[in-house]
Write a protein that binds this ligand. Sequence first.
Ligand code: XMP
Length: 434
Amino acid sequence: MKQDLIVILDLGSTENTVVARQIRDMGVYSEIHPHDITPDALKALNNVKGIILNGGENRVVDGVAVDVDPAIYDLGYPVIAIDHPTAKCDKTYDALLDDETMKSFLFDTCKAEANWNMKNFIADQVELIRQQVGDKKVLLALSGGVDSSVVAALLIKAIGKQLVCVHVNHGLMRKNESENVIDVFRNQLDAELIYVDATDRFLDLLAGVDDPEQKRKIIGKEFIEVFAEEARKLDGIDFLGQGTIYPDIIESGTKTAKAVKSHHNVGGLPEDLQFGLVEPLAQLFKDEVRACGVELGLPAEMVYRQPFPGPGLGVRCLGAITRERLNALREADAILREEFAKAGLDKKVWQYFTVIPDFKAVGVRDNARSMGYMVVIRAVNTIDAMTAEIERLDYDFLEKVVDRITTEVPSVNRVCYELTKKPVATIEFESEMD
Ligand code: XMP
């Protein structure tokens, strides 16, 4: 890494990422490390310019307040502390630093340079990836989601055709999604891309299964199965590319932070398929991943796409999935997305989608009573997906969407707009039970 670094040592703060973000937003690279990092390990980090001891409510572990190795104060770096007073620091603050104070610490005290930007990051990573991979090959499961797409683009830049991408279409993708992945990566970026249309395998296994957890398990397990089958057909693969990002690592829990969720991207590949990992986005926050994707030339629709669950439309086709309802759902979703884009709402609303319940309602079509499906529209805004507010969609806009769906998707004769916040609802209808 060529960039200057400010190290945040976690002494039980719940706001490490807020501090890291604040520093990075000022153009200086920052990393969060555990409080018990050894002075040698700290010295081994590149270009350290200063240290912030970040205390907080989780500082006391098993009745003892955790602390840093005092030898850290003798390394010669400027050290400040937030929320735990210590005489050894250059300065102690009761609460998070305001921007002016932080700037003064970064640029006056630490003499850091504002050289954290995506151009430098990409240049560094290209070098690091080449060093790690050498002339070996890397395999990547390319879903078309933001993280895997950006990893793919970065690896293509670094090692070209030494990267082998596998895109598994589980039949639960949105309209044209797999086609777009093929177009961008195979046609535009000239990637080595294996496309596996496993729709029948997934839908056959899911036939008649109505329990949401069971559906998720089948989809997850079969995905690994299909991917492993493809991996076994390939020779000379030494590495697996992963779209792991910084929150995945931080959320796995440091010594003082409560583990929020375990970092399980590696995702249970069978024993005979053990690879070294290449995780070039592991230090980036989500918006930095997007900025990296833009810098690498990926299309905006791919980089700024809304979150989409791994099990895809499978969690939105309620009850036992049938091809007929899945197709109706896919078409309705495509119409909703098209109208959102036309109205400029795609840039404003965090997540918007359709859901199809597994019952029919009576309606009238061509002067006769007919049974049809109901489609539910959901449009929510959130910061962290832990809570969510409803987007107040315009009535005329909604009417247009309803008209289009009921006209262009003949098996649908009702459309509802769902208005429940999270909590008490979840964002999806069939959500993961942790
Ligand atoms: P819920 O429904 O729990 O969703 O309020 C919160 C966010 O997580 C997404 N989500 C998933 N993402 N696999 C994923 O990759 C899943 O199984 C899954 N379930 C929910 C959901 O779309 C929302 O953004």
